[in-house]
Every structure is written in structure tokens, then in C-alpha cells.
Design a protein. Structure first.
Length: 263
């Protein structure tokens, strides 16, 4: 409750920081915020062209003619939110070193800024994705509300991982570099551009240990099939996210003075 109170009391500072970051990011850019949409769109188009022929053969009739595109969009948009929070969190202390030394504010504001900024970028693209579903006539209806807790779970997991890496990265700068490589492997080990059914049975059994596999599968199920998630399948991702968050919170509180010295 104390953290929530700090975030609420410093909401002006947090929102101001998010606004300033958004403006600086697209300053002197002709297309401005359009880049928020163009970057994931380019990735989706590339994967669609490369994999659509194979996937259409394996998911006939699912979600209509654009079934695979919807499947791909849902997975990549959520994955991009996940990685954006992690990447920003793992450098937030280093990039805000001067701010931390000059201004007194609750340190929990930095993760809050990261989440709010990433959520803003995600919201822009996700609204366009929703409009795309409506135009196609594939909007799933009330089931779409399940996206709220599903995306919230992904944010929760990313925040715990990001804060943990952010603390470790202050003392061991190789952490950020290593995890960037790890995220690349994690992406391809998560059924985002392919279906889990194409994997060998022996490999599918290991998917239960990948918290993002179930989370993104649930998101894709809502977007493509219009079905409610199997909530019990999300118990493990939620448990793991909670465990990592507790570790992140402990590191943040116990190592803050050492972080300040190191900066």
C-alpha cells in the first residue's frame, strides 16, 4: 500500500516524465508517433510474408482469411510490450543517475514511469489492432475484455524481471547485454509466429515452464478464436511473476543505498 500511495502522491511527476519522454522520442521526427505503429507493423508484415503460407496450411479457416495475421499481431504486440518494459527497466537507474542524485522522490516512481510509458505506446498500437478486427468483422465481442487481465499479467511479469535486472545491471553491466541475447532465444521458444502443434511432443512438454507461452496463447485465443482463456493455465505464470516481483522489491529496497553509491 505504501508504494501505491507514493505513486499516487507523485502522479504529477510520473505523468510529466512520461509526457516528456514521449515528446523527446519523436522530436524532430516527420512522422512523430506514427513510428510507434510502423515499427511493429513492419515486423508483422515480414513474418506474415515469410510464415503465412506454412501457417495457413496448418490453421485452415481459423479467424477467416486473415487468421494468421491476427494470430501474429496479437502475439507480437504483447511480446513487444513485455520486452519494452524489461529493456527500459534494466537501464532506468543508469539513465536516471543524475535525476536520482539531484531530486528526492520515491524510487518506485522509476518503474511506474517505465510501465506508464510502455503502456502508452502499447495502447496506441492496440487500439489500431482493435479497429482492424472490427473492420475485418472478426471482433470477438465481450470475450475481448479478457485482454485486460491477460495484458496485466504480462506487465506484472515484465516489471518483476525488469526491476531485478535494473538493480543487477548497476553492479554488473554485462547483465543487460546477456539478457538481450536471452530475449531473442525466448522469443523463438514462445509460440508467437508459429503454432505449438508444429513442435515435437517431447518439446511441447517443456512449454509449460515458459510463462509467456501460456500468456500469449491465451491472448491469441481471445483475438483469433474468440474464446475465454483457461484461467487455471495461468496459475503458473502468475505464481512465477509474483515470486520474481517479490525478489525485485527486496532488491530495490535493500540495495538502493548501494545503487546510489555505485551511480
Amino acid at each position: 500500500m505504501g508504494m501505491l500511495k507514493d505513486i499516487w502522491n507523485y502522479r504529477g511527476f510520473i505523468l510529466g516524465s512520461v509526457k516528456r519522454e514521449f515528446q523527446l522520442k519523436y522530436r524532430n521526427s516527420l512522422l512523430g508517433a506514427a513510428w510507434t505503429v510502423l515499427n511493429p507493423l513492419a515486423m508483422i508484415l515480414v513474418y506474415t510474408v515469410i510464415f503465412s503460407g506454412v501457417m495457413k496450411a496448418r490453421m485452415p479457416g481459423v479467424g477467416g482469411a486473415f487468421g494468421y495475421s491476427v494470430y501474429l499481431c496479437a502475439g507480437i504486440l504483447v511480446w513487444n510490450l513485455f520486452t519494452e518494459i524489461i529493456n527500459k527497466s534494466q537501464t532506468m537507474f543508469l539513465e536516471n543517475a543524475n535525476l536520482l542524485k539531484k531530486i528526492s522522490f520515491p524510487r518506485v516512481c522509476l518503474p511506474a514511469i517505465v510501465v506508464a510509458s510502455s503502456a502508452l505506446n502499447f495502447s496506441i498500437v492496440f487500439i489500431i489492432f482493435t479497429i482492424f478486427l472490427i473492420i475485418l468483422g472478426d471482433f470477438p465481442g465481450w470475450v475481448f475484455l479478457a485482454m485486460i487481465p491477460l495484458v496485466g499479467l504480462v506487465v506484472f511479469l515484465a516489471l518483476g524481471i525488469g526491476v531485478t535486472l535494473g538493480v543487477l545491471n548497476v553492479f554488473f553491466r554485462d547483465v543487460g547485454q546477456f539478457f538481450g541475447i536471452f530475449l531473442t532465444f525466448w522469443f523463438w521458444l514462445t509460440p508467437i509466429v508459429y503454432l505449438p502443434s508444429i513442435l515435437p511432443d517431447s518439446f511441447q512438454r517443456f512449454m509449460v515452464f515458459n510463462p509467456m507461452a501460456e500468456s500469449i496463447a491465451a491472448v491469441q485465443g481471445v483475438a483469433v478464436l474468440g474464446v475465454w482463456p483457461h484461467w487455471t493455465s495461468l496459475i503458473y505464470p502468475l505464481f512465477l511473476a509474483t515470486l520474481i516481483y517479490i525478489v525485485a522489491l527486496y532488491l530495490l529496497r535493500s540495495r538502493m543505498s548501494e545503487i546510489m553509491d555505485e551511480l
